[in-house]
Design a binder for this molecule. Structure first.
Ligand SMILES: Cc1cc2nc3c(=O)[nH]c(=O)nc-3n(C[C@H](O)[C@H](O)[C@H](O)COP(=O)(O)O)c2cc1C
Length: 157
């Protein structure tokens, strides 16, 4: 059975998208090694729907921090899916990827509160990248992708 990873992202200037690309490469590279069938469905935050979330085995939210909280488009995503998903997606594993200029903490806190209210379960602590995207930052996103693929394969999530 093909498992589905939904990646909901917002990226105005491309930095968050670079982390999404590293994450997806990590998923693909691990899934080739362990021979699991995985679909990565990438949706911009303004186009993702509650049906996308309900069809997903795992949700990845990738967002920049804007004005001390998640990007506006990411908030629109939550508004869009909120009612439909409430009580329907409990236990959904999710992974957060945050790109910030100087901080990022409030974005993480805000999204964790919403995810908790939906009953979603954090897969691993958020990948937070502050400032320049370094090789280490790319590797962190890549490794989380690989770990997610292996965990799905082992039915750990
Ligand atoms: C309108 C705007 C508001 C921002 N507000 C914050 C902020 O409150 N805290 C922070 O750490 N970075 C802030 N930043 C920096 C972005 O989070 C950072 O540049 C990020 O890499 C942008 O990601 P993107 O290239 O995927 O759009 C802001 C950037 C913009 C454009």
């Amino acid at each position: 059975m093909t498992r589905q990873i939904l990646v909901v992202y917002q990226s105005r200037n491309g930095a968050t998208l670079q982390l999404v690309e590293s994450f997806s490469s990590g998923v693909k590279s691990a899934s080739e090694l362990i021979d699991i069938e995985l679909d990565i469905v990438e949706r911009s935050a303004l186009s993702a729907t509650s049906a996308d979330v309900m069809n997903a085995d795992v949700l990845v939210i990738a967002t920049p921090e804007h004005f001390g909280s998640m990007a506006g488009a990411t908030k629109v995503f939550f508004e869009e899916i909120w009612d439909d998903c409430l009580h329907q997606t409990q236990g959904l594993p999710y992974q957060l990827i945050v790109k910030a200029g100087t901080d990022g903490a409030q974005t993480i806190e805000g999204i964790q509160k919403l995810a908790n209210a939906q009953g979603w379960k954090e897969f691993r602590p958020p990948v937070l990248v502050v400032g320049e995207i370094t090789e280490l930052a790319r590797e962190s996103a890549f490794e989380i992708g690989g770990l997610l693929a292996v965990s799905l394969d082992s039915d750990l999530i």
